[in-house]
Design a protein around this ligand. Structure first.
Ligand SMILES: NC(=O)c1ccc[n+]([C@@H]2O[C@H](COP(=O)([O-])OP(=O)(O)OC[C@H]3O[C@@H](n4cnc5c(N)ncnc54)[C@H](O)[C@@H]3O)[C@@H](O)[C@H]2O)c1
Length: 286
């Protein structure tokens, strides 16, 4: 079994590390502070206890996974013993480049270095290392313990062997790998999600239908678990707004700019469920 290292114990990193440990891999997860690691451990414990209570997993499987999981702030020592790294630190290019440069120094030369980033492509990081052929995106979805898709994306420099190794690992983790043959911002799933969202906003702005009815069409005709406006309210309207601005900064394409409707909501501070108002009002639920 591979010895895996997950860098960053936040929302994604903690669950990715547990996915690896549940699949039988000795896994180390690092973060910058002990507090962050303690929080991750406590959240995983609570979540997996719930899974055991609901008979989704056995207590033995969960205990064995925790035994395979090591929490540490010592990134260099952890990298020295890793066959493959999944970086899930904060979504900042300078932080990721610094982490990759450090991993490159500390990890054995054959170790593959991947990033879970949704928006930063591995070609933006690979040149911080001396091994661009062994750098790729391995993109999990939130919540990583549940969502089965993992997008595997290489840059022009990523070797076919690296793509195969990462794809095979995703399969061993019980995931369904989706392989991209070229880098493109947003990859596949989030681009399709974005296209649905953009069309929904366009229909609204053209006065074709209401927020509620467009959501109803997506749920009842297309089988989506929730409509695009409900989803934007849940994830936070500012998240999509900033993702669009970041995409536009890379592409310069005016179609990548946030819509008028979303910009107005962000400027008013109506960011969705977290502020009590977005496309819908949640004041009654507060
Ligand atoms: N949240 C999502 O829905 C989602 C989905 C898919 C992919 N991603 C990607 O996953 C990555 C992490 O996102 P998240 O939502 O888990 O973020 P998060 O803010 O919850 O966690 C990031 C963690 O990284 C830690 N960190 C910061 N600098 C570090 C360093 N130098 N070394 C090690 N750890 C460091 C932070 O302390 C924090 O615990 C991002 O690249 C993001 O694009 C997020």
């Amino acid at each position: 079994m591979d010895r895996l290292l997950v860098v960053g114990a936040g929302t994604m990193g903690s669950q990715i590390a547990m996915v690896c440990a549940l699949a039988g891999h000795d896994t180390t997860v690092t973060d910058v502070t002990d507090d962050a690691l303690d929080r991750a451990r406590a959240q995983l414990q609570a979540r997996l206890d719930r899974d055991v209570a609901k008979e989704r997993r056995t207590r033995d499987d969960v205990d064995a996974a925790f035994d395979r999981l090591t929490f540490t702030t010592d990134l260099d020592a952890a990298a020295a013993g890793a066959d493959l790294v999944i970086e899930a630190a904060v979504e900042k290019l300078d932080v990721k480049r610094e982490v990759f440069a450090r991993l490159d120094k500390a990890a054995p030369p054959q170790t593959i270095l991947t990033t879970n980033s949704s928006a930063i492509m591995s070609s933006q990081i690979a040149d911080a290392t001396g091994r661009p052929d062994r750098v790729a995106n391995m993109h999990f979805f939130n919540p990583a313990l549940v969502m089965r898709c993992v997008e595997v994306v290489g840059s022009d420099d990523t070797s076919p062997e690296t793509m195969e190794t990462v794809t095979a690992l995703a399969r061993r983790l019980g995931k369904e790998p989706v392989v991209l043959h070229k880098e493109i911002p947003g990859f596949v799933a989030n681009r399709i999600l974005g296209a649905v969202r953009d069309e929904a906003i366009s229909l609204l702005e053209q006065g074709v239908s209401s927020v509620k009815d467009i959501d109803t069409a997506c749920r009842t005709a297309l089988g989506h678990p929730m409509g695009p406006f409900e989803l934007m309210d849940l994830t936070g309207i500012d998240i999509g707004y900033h993702a669009k601005l970041a995409r536009h900064a890379v592409t310069g394409d005016p179609r990548d700019l946030p819509s008028r409707t979303v910009t107005e909501l962000v400027e008013r501070g109506d960011l969705g469920r977290k502020t009590g108002k977005g496309f819908y009002s949640y004041e009654d639920e507060r």
